[in-house]
Design a protein. Structure first.
Length: 159
């Protein structure tokens, strides 16, 4: 399978939001009140800077027509709290204040379940491949790439 690697850009936001939602539909539908609202919120976050869903932390593999085949979203845990705090603006713009408050409350509930690591680690938030491109090693390629980047940045671990 032919592919090339690149950083995510704004035009990828809709496809990425669909793929992100597919990784944990129940959790995102719960956090963002519904799967439809989750799509809009994730898309807004991809386009907004300095948050865990932001395009700056997403690497994609695309085909010859620039269609996304696979992606990985990672971020350094050193600034994790600040990054998650930066999701508030796009979520509030999408859901309004009451939606933001529900998102914050539900996010805290889910955060207590998820393992978080401090220090100089690279956190792998999402990894997904479209169904038609699975079983070609694309996810493995992206993970290997991110692990090498983490080593070059002297990250202690990838989680």
């Amino acid at each position: 399978m032919e592919f090339r690697q690149r950083k995510a850009v704004d035009k990828d936001a809709k496809t990425l939001s669909t793929l992100v939602l597919s990784t944990a539909p129940e959790a995102y539908s719960y956090m963002f009140l519904s799967s439809e609202k989750a799509l809009y919120c994730i898309e807004a976050c991809v386009k907004s800077p300095n948050n865990p869903f932001s395009k700056e932390f997403v690497r994609v593999l695309v085909d010859e027509n620039d269609n996304i085949l696979s992606f990985v979203a990672t971020y350094p845990t050193k600034n994790e709290k600040k990054l998650w705090d930066n999701t508030e603006k796009p979520v509030k713009e999408t859901l309004g204040l009451s939606g933001l408050l529900t998102y914050a409350k539900r996010g805290k509930e889910l955060e207590s379940i998820a393992a978080r690591f401090s220090g100089d680690s690279l956190y792998i938030l999402h990894l997904a491949t479209i169904p038609a491109a699975r079983k070609h090693g694309l996810g493995t390629y992206l993970l290997d790439y991110e692990i090498e980047c983490a080593k070059k940045m002297a990250m202690v671990k990838c989680t």
